[in-house]
Design a protein around this ligand. Structure first.
Ligand code: HEM
Length: 205
């Protein structure tokens, strides 16, 4: 049930965010792009499955996620992005196929926590001021940043509490559910954050 819900909500979010970008950026200036949403979606699907998909993903990752950080901070941002991606793939991947996370993938998932948690703390310290609610450019992106931090905090606290022999069986089950739902919420948040980043400022602004 959770697996199906997670898969469908990620698909719906992907299409919804694409529609939002289509409506937001479609002006007369870019008349060469498809005018109907299905045409735009087909063009995007072709780009995502075409031979240049890896280069364009790497280019986006580098330009928008890594480059804004100076010096060795780039490595911290890369560690957070890679750690989160791999943890989401192992955690939600297993939830979607309906098999409990176990064996080597579980060990990799827990081990990646040692990359995810410290790099998240470092990025939070570095970027908190830029995304502060009182910052001049605070907006949707800042809101998504803080929502992601909240989900990540829930993920880390629930995982630690699940692994320590401090809670009853009932509490362990509840922590597991909190961990799963926080995982889904964090992925949806990250998708929205990336869409807002990729859309950039309004072309007609
Ligand atoms: C410090 C970070 C994390 C640690 C230590 C951790 C640890 C764990 C552990 C021990 C489990 C197994 C629970 C059980 O079966 O009883 C688990 C499951 C899970 N984790 Fe994490 N996790 C972390 C972060 C994340 C992140 C960032 C995501 C995704 C964005 C995530 C998604 C999931 C999901 C979806 C499950 C459930 C898999 C299933 O249905 O069997 N986790 N995690």
């Amino acid at each position: 049930m959770f697996g199906w819900f997670a898969l469908l909500s990620m698909l719906a979010a992907g299409i919804g965010l694409d529609y939002w970008r289509f409506r937001r950026n479609h002006t007369e200036e870019n008349a060469d792009e498809p005018v109907d949403f299905s045409g735009w979606l087909a063009a995007r699907a072709a780009a995502l499955t075409g031979p240049a998909r890896l280069e364009s993903a790497a280019d986006f990752f580098h330009r928008r996620i890594i480059q804004p950080y100076p010096g060795w901070w780039k490595w911290v941002a890369a560690a957070l992005a890679a750690g989160f991606l791999l943890m989401a793939a192992t955690g939600l991947g297993f939830a979607v196929i309906g098999v409990r996370l176990q064996g080597l993938p579980l060990m990799a998932h827990v081990g990646l926590g040692a990359v995810f948690a410290p790099s998240l703390a470092a990025v939070l310290i570095r970027r908190a001021r830029a995304h502060s609610p009182t910052a001049a450019r605070a907006g949707l992106k800042a809101g998504l940043f803080w929502l992601f931090i909240l989900c990540a905090w829930l993920l880390i606290v629930s995982a630690l509490a699940m692994m320590l022999p401090v809670s009853s069986f009932r509490a362990q089950i509840n922590l597991f559910h909190i961990h799963r739902w926080a995982a889904l919420a964090s992925v949806l948040c990250a998708m929205a954050f990336l869409a807002v980043t990729a859309a950039g400022p309004r072309r007609d602004a």
